[in-house]
Design a protein around this ligand. Structure first.
Ligand code: SF4
Length: 433
């Protein structure tokens, strides 16, 4: 085993006592850009519209990622800037104003319009913050116009959500201190059913004032203020968490709600912040924990002892590695993440097995070389790398599938484990035919 793997003889589930070793890399990246997150954001906030200001490539990405809506009016679109627009930015701004006016006239239900920047040079030259201000003034009272970047130069695919939420934060009303202190604010888009379940469980614990960002209607933004207790549900929201802390929110430090252990700890940390006794937490959650562990068990049989390599893509990699190692018995070869936010990730890092090899950033060729040496059983990666790895006989799991699946919470832990067991089962059944 090379120096990049686990230390020989180390127990799989031994918790870490020191910060894990880290390879920092920069080079060619193989990730989707932040435009991709429009796919789940437009479903979350049906009264919002995401207008990508970009090229034909951006239009193709967003169309193929989100699918063409045949029966419903889409809530995203692309204002395509062509090469001729390089000649005159004034024209590009006029064109954008005209398009937005047309869109709003045709779609009276739109309450929030996000102008989403992209990476073509034509767009980089356009000041979208100023365009949002200008359009906001033109359509005041009718629609709120915001902007953020989904550019592939600056963002990986989940960071699009971080950008969109940061654009919303200045619009959140200031909550009076007494009210803020009573409120639990969950940051990050979750599947509606999962979110309803978690809110109901918080209610059983005794936390009844739970708000979410993003809300289900873009105009119903929760208040925030000194004392708001902030629980982050998605690990890719570094900028959002910081902006909410700047508004006075207090970050509840916890692992992320993936797997039984992480989800229980996430809810227990919130309960602790509200002064709820551990006995009450145990009374509500422990029956679920038992059920969740039973749901994981058949998948653990497939996963235990298998070697896992996570390429950096979604920023879910570290919590997933923690879950797959501690609850499913997988051996971590390397855990890549596009960015490592040590504050938001601290509770997760301490739960990784000692000596876990982390890598931050990407130099795809170097990573593939390490992967070739290590020959893991399963690789979590972006779509672009999956087919070549499968052709080499390595099972893969697309990281993008994880943001489109309801995977959060104790009740989903079995399904989460199954997502990783399935490609291994498929590969082993293929090898017998
Ligand atoms: S924003 Fe950049 S990376 Fe994303 S689709 Fe457009 S051109 Fe491609």
């Amino acid at each position: 085993m090379s120096s990049l793997g686990r230390r020989p003889g180390m127990a799989v589930n031994a918790p870490s006592t020191e910060l894990p070793p880290l390879i920092k890399e920069s080079g060619q990246r193989e990730v989707f850009c932040g435009l991709t997150s429009i796919v789940w954001l437009h479903r979350r906030m049906p009264d919002a519209f995401f207008l990508v200001v970009g090229s034909r490539t951006c239009a193709h990405l967003i169309q193929s990622a989100a699918g063409v809506m045949i029966f419903a009016e889409p809530r995203f679109g692309t204002a395509i800037l062509g090469e001729r627009d390089l000649a005159g930015l004034a024209d590009a701004n006029e064109e954008l104003d005209r398009l937005v006016a047309q869109l709003l006239a045709r779609r009276p239900e739109i309450r929030t319009l996000f102008l989403v920047g992209s990476c073509p040079s034509e767009v980089i030259k356009l000041d979208l913050a100023r365009a949002a201000e200008r359009l906001g003034a033109q359509h005041r009272g009718r629609v709120t116009v915001l902007n953020y970047s989904g550019s592939g130069i600056e963002t990986t695919f989940t960071q699009g959500e971080d950008g969109a939420l940061q654009a919303l934060i200045p619009l959140m009303p200031m909550a009076p201190a007494a009210q803020a202190a009573q409120q639990l604010l969950i940051a990050g888009t979750l599947a509606d059913g999962v979110e309803d379940r978690l809110i109901s469980l918080f209610g059983k614990l005794g936390i009844t004032n739970v708000a979410t960002l993003p809300p289900r209607r873009s105009t119903e933004l929760p208040g925030v203020g000194p004392g708001t207790k902030l629980l982050v549900a998605q690990p890719f929201l570094s900028g959002t968490a910081r902006a909410l802390i700047d508004r006075g929110a207090q970050l509840i430090k916890a692992p992320y709600p993936l797997g039984v252990e992480g989800s229980r700890a996430w809810m227990a940390a919130a309960a602790d912040a509200f002064g709820i006794a551990p006995a009450q937490v145990a009374a509500v959650l422990d029956p679920l924990v038992e059920r969740g562990q039973r749901a994981i068990a058949p998948h653990r049989e497939t996963l235990a002892g298998k070697r896992l390599f996570l390429l950096p893509d979604s920023q879910l990699e570290i919590p997933l590695a923690r879950f797959l190692s501690r609850e499913c018995g997988m051996e971590l070869v390397e855990v890549g993440t596009p960015y490592l936010d040590r504050t938001l990730m601290a509770p997760e890092l301490t739960l990784l097995p000692e000596g876990t090899q982390l890598s931050e950033g990407q130099h795809v060729e170097n990573q593939l070389k390490r992967l070739e040496v290590q020959r893991p059983d399963l690789v979590v990666c972006g779509l672009g790398l999956a087919n070549p790895l499968e052709a080499q006989g390595i099972a893969t799991k697309w990281s993008i599938e994880l943001v489109f699946s309801p995977i959060h919470g104790i009740d989903q832990a079995g399904d989460l484990a199954e997502l990783f067991a399935r490609p291994l089962r498929r590969r082993s059944s293929l090898s017998f035919t």
